[in-house]
Design a protein around this ligand. Sequence first.
Ligand code: AHR
Length: 509
Amino acid sequence: QQSRLVVDNDFEVAPVNDRIFGSFVEHLGRCVYTGIYEPGHPTADQDGFRQDVIDLVKELGATTIRYPGGNFVSGYRWEDGVGPKEDRPRRLDLAWHSTETNQFGLHEMAAWLDKTGGNELMEAVNLGTRGLEDALDLLEYANIPGGTKLSEARRANGADKPFDIRMWCLGNEMDGPWQLGHKTAEDYGTLAASVAAGMRQMDPDVELVVCGSSAHSMPTFGTWEETVLQKTYNNVNFVSCHAYYFPDRKADGTRDMASFLASGVDMDGFIKDVAAAIDATKARLKSKHEVYISFDEWNVWYQQEEQSRNPSGIGNWPVAPRLLEDIYSAADAVVFGDLMITLLKNADRVHAASLAQLVNVIAPIMTEPGGPAWRQTTFYPFSLTAKLAKGGTVLEPKLASGTYETAKYGEVPTVNSVAVRGADGSVNVFVVNRSLNEANEFEIALPKGAAFAGASAQTLHEDDIDAKNTLDDQNRVTLHDNDTVAFDAAAGTVRVTLPPVSWTAVRVK
Ligand code: AHR
C-alpha cells in the first residue's frame, strides 16, 4: 500500500497551542497518592513528591494540568484540602467509592507544578453537590491577592501570592447519569451561566470551560451542546469534549481491532460536530465572541474491564486503591498517537486538551509504592509529539491514502497524518498506519522552495501488537529509529516505510 502527504507552507490550520499537551490529575485510585505524592518513598522530596515521577512528567512534556477531577470534583469540598494537614478531614469519595485523606490539596498541587517546570493549573469547581457560592469562595481563595477573609486564609496557609489560576472547568461531565448531582442540559446551562457570570464579576480574565458531552455517543449529544451553549456562550471560552476508546469484543470473543485502530475518525467527527454547534450558537446569538474546544479528557481506556470496577460495600472505602490501572499495548499506543494527530489537525478549534490521566490511572506513567516509576507504551507518542510540535504551526493535511472497511465507522483512511512546521523551519510529520497486516510506503512532498539538509524518523511498532511495558519488563516497547527513511533533496521528498499498526514521527530539517 502507498500514501502521500503534500506539505504546503502556504496553507496553515493554526499555530499549535501548547495547552493541547495538557494532562489530568484526579483524586482517583493512585494518581495522587503513591503516584505523584508518596512521603517516605526513596525519591520523595521534603514535600513528599516523588522525584522519579517529576522527572518523567518533565520528559513527557505535559503542559496544563487539569485538577482535581473528574467525577471526584462533583462531591469535593476544596477547603478540606487546605490548612494544616493534621486538621484535614477524611471524607468519603462517592465517585470512586474510596476514602479521601485530603493530605494533598490545592497548595500541594501548586507546589508540585512549580517543581515539574511551572505547568499551568486548570482547576475544576464542584457543580455537582455545590454551586455559585462555593465556586466564588474558591476563586477568592485562589486569585485575590489579599485583604479578604479567604485570600488572607490562603496567605496564612503559606501562599503569599495568589495562585492566579486562569482556566476553570465549570463542573465535570454534568450530562452523565453517573455524575453526582447530574443535571439536565437546561438545569446545568442555567447554573453554569450564573457561575460563569459570578466568577467574571470577581476576576474578568478567567477562562471558563463549560461542560459539553462526556462522549460522542451520549444520547443527549448535540442537544446538550446546543442548550448549554445557548445559555452560556458569551461568558465562556471553551466547551469540553471527552472521549475514550477501546476495542469492542466481537461475537466470537476476539476484539474489533480494525475499528479500534480507526478511533481517530470518531474523534475527528466529534470535534467537527461540536464546532458546528459552536458556530450555530454564535450565529443564532449574533455574537462576535469565540468559543473553542477543550478536549479535556481523551485516551484509550478499557472501561468495561475488571480494573475499572469500583470497590463496593458500606464498610469498604479504601484509601488510594488500584483503580483504572490499564496496562497499554503497542496497538493502544498507535491509536493514542492517532488521537494526537487528530487533535493537531483540528488545532484551529481545539485550543486545549488533557490526556486523562497522568500517573497510574489510565496513564502514561506507572509507579509502584516504594518502588520504581516507568513509561507505558503511550508515553512515547505523547512525549515525541509534544517535543516536536510545541511552538509550531499546523499545516493543512493534504493526504492521499487507501481505505479499509470497519464495522463501526464504515470505510476509513488507512493512514492518518499531519504536518507541523517548527519555529526553526523544520517539517515534523506524524503518521499512523492503521492496517493490521500491510506495510505502507509513505511519501512526503516537502514545501516548494525550502532547503532541507536531511530527515530522520522514529517509529513505534511491535510485531506482537499486544506487547506491553510492565513492572518486570519496563522497556519492552519503545521508539526505534526507522532506517527506511530516505530523503531526496532533488525531488523534494521523504519516503519512509510504515509497518502495519505503527506510529511514526518524521523530522525534516
Ligand atoms: O478519567 C476518568 C473519569 O472519566 C473521570 O473522572 C470522568 O470525568 C470520566 O468519566
